[in-house]
Design a protein. Structure first.
Ligand code: PMV
Length: 324
């Protein structure tokens, strides 16, 4: 049986994307800047099957409902591009917790896109591959590439854009992202639902859109020039603005848990003691802390003292998605 396997690493946005353009293409309303991580990712194997429907197995469990539909809808797009009607068994393994704000959908749809590109002989170039991954999950477009990744916003008029590219940064940055898991639970509000609710009801959303491009431009410049302090400050600013938009929605909502705040406070205390580090949070309770490689072990040790933390990992920048 012909099968194709791919592995993609997760990525975490330093300058966030939150909000979509209208339409079915999953185009992001803002650009973003991310870091692909070495530690975590998704391995996906595609095999053709003689069946009426695709089958999706995640971590050895056959999926039904929305997770299955998302994969089937995605493969329908792949089949249209590849002029094929063949169904697939999609066998995926995540080494990050699923649906918890640790970017499992980013690595999941990036691995699926790369495997599907090969399996259905689509011959997509990196930009088109990134756009295909984006249709599955906005952040997946970034996991096609390694290291720092710059993602272009969608363009409202001609409905293009929404693709990522690798960013050449100053090697002197030498950074780590400490991933602090603050809960074991799945998130209650998907990022898709959260974005829609925010854009429909938050009075801060227009300001988020209006001020985003400047943050992205300055943070990108800082990463390219090795300016860690500016990059870190903008990283915190971007995540706090994104979460402020959600808090101001009607009704407001948040992904923070008490431990999320405890880690944020610790980061501020470390900074007051002269250790430069900066937090970022996504659609989940976990905190990711940007720091210099030489400080990572000590910072991680200080988080270990916070009672109730589930797990702490120090992640290096990681490579782009690869066929295996
Ligand atoms: O990839 P999505 O559509 O699940 O959205 C990801 C949204 C955030 O993780 C909160 C921000 C980002 O840019 O990754």
């Amino acid at each position: 049986m012909k099968s194709t396997r791919a592995y993609a690493h997760t990525n975490i946005a330093l300058i966030k994307y939150w909000g979509k353009l209208p339409g079915h293409l999953n185009l992001p309303a803002t650009g973003s800047l991310s870091l692909t991580l070495e530690n975590f990712g998704t391995q996906t194997t595609l095999s053709f099957i003689e069946a009426a429907q695709d089958i999706f197995v995640l971590n050895n469990q056959e999926q039904t409902g929305e997770p299955l539909l998302r994969v089937q809808r995605f493969l329908d797009i792949v089949r249209a591009l590849g002029k094929s009607d063949r169904r697939c068994l999609v066998d995926s393994r995540n080494d990050v917790p699923t649906s918890s704000g640790l970017a499992s959908s980013a690595s999941g749809f990036a691995a699926l896109s790369l495997a599907a590109n090969q399996h259905y002989a689509l011959n997509l170039n990196p930009v088109d591959l990134s756009q295909l991954a984006r249709v599955g999950s906005g952040s997946a477009a970034r996991s096609i590439f390694g290291g720092f990744v710059y993602m272009h916003p969608g363009t409202p008029v001609d409905k293009t854009g929404g693709y990522a590219e690798a960013l050449a940064t100053d090697p002197a940055l030498d950074i780590r992202l400490i991933v602090v898991q603050c809960a074991n639970t799945c998130k209650e509000i998907s990022s898709r639902a959260g974005m829609l609710h925010t854009s429909n009801t938050s009075p801060y959303y227009p300001t988020w859109l209006a001020t985003h491009a400047k943050d992205l431009e300055e943070a990108t410049r800082a990463a390219m020039q090795g300016d860690f302090k500016t990059l870190g400050e903008l990283t915190e600013h971007s995540t706090l603005k994104m979460h402020a938009c959600m808090l101001a929605a009607k009704p407001g909502f948040w992904y923070f848990e008490p431990l999320t705040i405890a880690v944020m406070n610790k980061v501020k205390a470390l900074r007051n003691d002269g250790v430069n580090c900066y937090f970022t949070m996504d659609a989940g309770p976990h905190v990711k802390v940007l720091c210099k490689a030489q400080h990572a072990e000590d910072i991680a040790k200080s988080f270990k003292k916070i009672k109730g933390i589930v797990r702490i990992d120090i992640a290096k920048p990681g490579p782009g998605a690869k066929l295996q």
